[in-house]
Write a protein that binds this ligand. Structure first.
Ligand code: F6P
Length: 514
């Protein structure tokens, strides 16, 4: 076993330029490809060679990637700062499987909730009373269903549309309510804690809007809740008979496959939602069983570790060549950056290496006409994940051909460039690494597979960096201060509580809002 430490990665020889690596190894394009479920993952244009990979696999072994993966699947409390199991993989276990958390098999209760969601979704889909589902939630209680509803547009119920309200900025809910008919609108208030100020504020506004139009008695037919906190749901005024539950061992950003997916299930139907979950499970099984050197999330995670700690690359672009995946980069931002944006290790010590990358992206080809210039010729190297499909979920295959030609062209141009000594501004130096993920079509199952792939990449990287990927204490201070400042904007200011610059901001706002 290679016992190379993470910190010594920067001492490894950098790989030869991609052009040289391909010239030296005619089999590279075949060897550096892995098939996981329906996903073909081509990392031949990643900036790695066999030596680097061997070292990275050594690091994976010595940092306990296998043990921590198995601990997650065994339901152990690997979320140590919150003393919780990390059980999102239990949410997609098939009926009849066993997954033990805190001494009992959780699969029956997972399916009990799925069954009640399905019964409710079927009713909404068949009755014809509801034409508009408004999911009110934020972060993991918004990004997952919002991203997936857009991604699976082709699978939506044709008479029901979904909107997603997240921002506490009143512009968000105002624009959704403006286009809605109270009688045919269903609000799904989604919040794991049911204590998130943005969600509760928007839910209150929605409730007032509904009651003004239809009276108090309409609330029961137009509001449902998704939460782990029945007490707060009932305090808010939603009957817990209309609540779909989940568990504290499901992290917010890992919850689209729990009851948080209710709006998505109403949109695409319980069968398609079942396929979505089956897609997750396919990749879970690959991650759980494939040897590390053939394990797609492990390989992609290791390449990311090499970029962060060996080559010092700070960001990663995720570039779906599928317009329906336009919210996928935003979804991955929370998944990755809230999970691995940490600077303290599991023992509470300051980490000695960089951790999670800055994740960003836009669908192709739009991004090509915006920020790709910097990726091709800028001074910073930005590793890219391209995602594309053989077929679009539309009848225009000629568009798909053009779209995919662009994906392949970008991948090639970035990796190999084109020298132009005479005109330096036209010189493409190449050697800009990228990975290409392909599948036949963006189906519910394939979307589940893609999400699970990135979830496990984040898990493996968190393990190697020795951090807890499953808490998010970094968001707390801002929330606390906002709660403190809110009453100061309209009531008595308390300048002794803030620095002089913040006091000036509060003062400016008070004067201008008056
Ligand atoms: O502020 C971060 C966060 O806690 C996320 O982790 C979570 O997804 C989001 O807020 C929403 O939380 P909740 O579902 O409890 O409303």
């Amino acid at each position: 076993m290679n016992s190379l430490s993470l910190d010594s990665l920067s001492e490894l020889d950098r790989p030869a330029p991609l052009g040289e690596l391909f010239a030296a190894d005619p089999s590279r394009a075949e060897r550096y490809v892995v098939q996981a479920g329906d996903l073909r993952i081509d990392w031949s244009k990643a900036a790695v060679d066999d030596t680097i990979l061997a070292s990275l696999l050594g690091i994976a072994e010595s940092s306990g990637v296998v043990q921590r993966r198995d601990a997650m699947f065994a339901g152990e409390h690997i979320n140590v700062t919150e003393d919780r199991a990390v059980g999102h993989v239990a949410l997609r276990q098939p009926r009849g499987a066993t997954f033990t958390i805190d001494g009992h098999d959780v699969v029956p209760e997972v399916h009990e909730v799925l069954d009640s969601m399905a019964a409710f979704a079927d009713r909404v889909r068949s009755e014809g009373r509801i034409a508009h589902v408004v999911n009110i939630g934020i972060g993991g209680s918004d990004l997952g269903p919002a991203m997936a509803d857009r991604a699976l547009r082709a699978f939506r119920h044709e008479d029901i549309r979904c909107s997603f309200v997240s921002n506490v900025d009143g512009a968000d809910i105002a624009s959704v309510l403006a286009g809605s008919d109270p009688a045919s609108t269903l609000f799904v208030v989604a919040s794991k804690t049911f204590g998130t100020i943005e969600t509760l504020t928007n839910a209150r506004t929605a409730r007032t809007w509904l009651v003004e139009a239809l009276g108090e008695s309409a609330v029961v037919d137009h509001f449902v809740a998704v939460s782990t906190n029945a007490e707060r749901v009932s305090e808010f005024g939603i009957d817990t008979a209309n609540m779909f539950g989940f568990w504290d061992w499901v992290g917010g950003r890992y919850s689209v496959d729990s009851a948080i997916g209710l709006s998505l299930m109403i949109s695409i139907g319980p069968d398609a939602f079942g396929e979505f979950l089956a897609g997750f499970h396919l990749i879970d099984e690959h991650f759980r069983t494939a040897p590390l050197h053939e394990n797609a999330p492990v390989i992609m995670a290791l390449i990311g570790v090499w970029y962060a700690n060996g080559l010092g690359y700070d960001t990663k672009a995720v570039l779906p060549y599928a317009h329906d995946l336009s919210r996928f980069p935003a979804y991955l931002q929370q998944l990755d950056m809230e999970s691995n944006g940490k600077s303290v290790d599991l023992a509470g010590n300051r980490v000695q290496h960089d951790t999670g990358p800055i994740v960003w992206g836009e669908p192709g080809t739009n991004g090509q006409h915006a920020f790709y210039q910097l990726i091709h010729q800028g001074t910073r190297i930005i590793p890219c994940d391209f995602i594309g499909f053989a077929h679009g979920n539309h009848p225009r295959q000629e568009h798909q051909d053009l779209l995919m030609a662009n994906l392949f062209a970008q991948s090639e141009a970035l990796a190999f460039g084109r020298a132009n000594d005479a005109e330096p501004h036209r010189n493409f130096e190449g050697d800009r690494p990228n990975t290409v993920i392909l599948a036949e079509r963006l189906t519910p199952s394939v979307l589940g597979q893609l999400i699970a792939l990135y979830e496990h990449i984040v898990h493996v990287q968190g393990t190697i960096w020795g951090i807890n990927s499953y808490d998010q204490w970094g968001v707390e201070l801002g929330k606390e201060l906002a709660n403190q400042i809110t009453p100061e904007l309209t009531g008595e200011p308390t300048p002794d509580r803030h620095d002089s610059a913040t006091n000036a901001l509060i003062d400016w706002y008070r004067r201008h809002r008056a």
